[in-house]
Design a protein around this ligand. Structure first.
Ligand SMILES: [Zn+2]
Length: 432
């Protein structure tokens, strides 16, 4: 799809990429991509122009590189109505862990529907890591989850309009969008399942409103995974398996809908996604539109969660490029967690290393300690679950090594967080 007919970009360069609608409103979804079609065409063109040549060049120069992991710290702001934890909008942490697991699986099974086309693409993995401390440096009791009781904020109960979310909820709860992917989870009005902000191109200015809008908003009933949907109602089985977040994070990393929010003349600027005349709903068979056969299953369609399977290689490449080069995305990757209060920050003398990695048996973490301090050493799994922990008290200054009993861990990616005072250093461990 190479048509130059461009889409959309929302007012304030926030493209409200409205996602799948509940089944009753399938026929007229509310996609602000379409409503805002011409309002920011100049900015949209600038973004695509910035991407067009660079992505191709990037693809060619990145071949045969060793595998790189791009890690994004994420924080879920759960806006609840004061229910007991685990009920209604007050989602339990187990659900968030399921969602994070699904998000990571989805971003790492990119070429399922596009066999043979992704072999020459850079070996880059996008991984989402739940943050383990508040911006103040204080340790979070629920990793990756910031609970916000709406009544304590003085907000009304019920569902929230986009205007209320943008003007009230986001500005008062957002964590630095240059350091975290903010995900707000609440009840959204008008049957909207989710929407996302769009990245910016090099040299593109941002207003205060655009900065405070940065992130993803999703309806609480979409939180889940393929194995543990939000619930087993008809809607839960259609849109409760966590794929709304996958779709919206796709927008957040610069992806457009497959149909380019127009007809056959519109484009999503990815060469390996066939032209299509509009969204698919439900769980249909492959179909012909715009003279090409569509491959049903792409995350950037409106189909049911269970029928989604993959991003295309070009979509993935676009996201990888945006993540590494967009001015409001590149600061997030592989960032160590430290206190944002420089006055309180202690000397970052830890410099942890882990070896061997990848490891089959036990691993060892080496680090440099200061005198008479307390160090918490915690190992988190891919989904944010605390897997193992230990503590060093009354430390003696100098280099030390800690054995991590990873022989007992299931294979996967783990993060080892070493915390002292307000400083947190993380190091990755790959268990095979
Ligand atoms: Zn969308």
């Amino acid at each position: 799809m190479n048509n130059l007919h461009t889409l959309v970009v929302g007012l304030l360069w926030t493209c409200f990429a409205f996602s799948q609608q509940p089944p009753t409103t399938n026929t007229h979804h509310h996609c602000h991509f379409e409503q805002m079609m011409d309002t920011n065409k100049k900015k949209k063109d600038l973004f695509e122009h910035w991407l067009k040549n660079s992505v191709t060049k990037y693809k060619l120069t990145s071949e045969n590189e060793v595998e790189t992991i791009l890690e994004i710290p994420i924080i879920f702001h759960i806006i609840h109505q004061g229910e007991s934890k685990g009920f209604g909008t007050h989602l339990g942490t187990d659900r968030i862990q399921e969602q994070i697991k699904q998000l990571n699986i989805d971003f790492n099974t990119t070429t399922l529907n596009y066999t043979g086309q992704g072999d020459s693409y850079p070996k880059v993995r996008i991984v989402f890591r739940p943050t383990s401390s508040y911006p103040s440096g204080k340790k979070m009791s629920d990793v990756g989850v910031n609970y916000i009781d709406s009544s304590k904020e003085g907000w009304p109960k019920g569902s929230y309009s986009k205007a209320f979310i943008e003007k009230t909820i986001k500005p008062s709860t957002q964590w630095d969008p240059g350091k975290y992917l903010n995900i707000w989870v609440c009840e959204i009005s008008a049957g909207i399942l989710g929407y996302a902000s769009f990245p910016i191109a090099e040299g593109m200015p941002q207003t205060t409103e655009e900065v405070s809008s940065d992130g993803v908003v999703i309806r609480y009933t979409t939180i889940g995974s393929l194995s543990k949907p939000y619930d087993h109602t008809e809607e839960g089985l259609k849109f409760g398996m966590g794929r709304t977040l996958t779709h919206e994070v796709g927008h957040w990393l610069g992806l457009l809908h497959l149909w380019g929010d127009g007809g056959c003349d519109s484009d999503d600027h990815c060469n390996d996604t066939p032209s299509c005349s509009g969204p698919n709903f439900g769980c249909p068979d492959n179909r012909y539109s715009c003279g090409e056969e569509e491959k049903i299953g792409n995350f950037m369609d409106y189909i049911h969660d269970a029928c989604m399977t993959s991003f295309s290689p070009d979509q993935y490449l676009r996201m990888v490029y945006v993540l590494q080069e967009s001015p409001n995305r590149k600061g997030l990757i592989n960032r160590e967690e430290t206190s944002m209060d420089a006055q309180q920050e202690e000397t970052p003398s830890l410099e942890p290393t882990v070896f061997p990695s990848p490891v089959q048996g036990d691993a060892t973490v080496g680090m440099t300690l200061e005198q008479d301090k307390t160090y918490d050493i915690e190992v988190f799994a891919f989904d944010g679950k605390l897997t193992w922990a230990t503590k060093i008290e009354n430390s003696i200054s100098g280099h030390t090594q800690i054995r991590i009993p990873s022989a007992n861990f299931p294979p996967g990616i783990y993060w080892i967080a070493i915390r002292t005072g307000t400083t947190v250093k993380t190091v990755k461990l790959s268990k095979t």
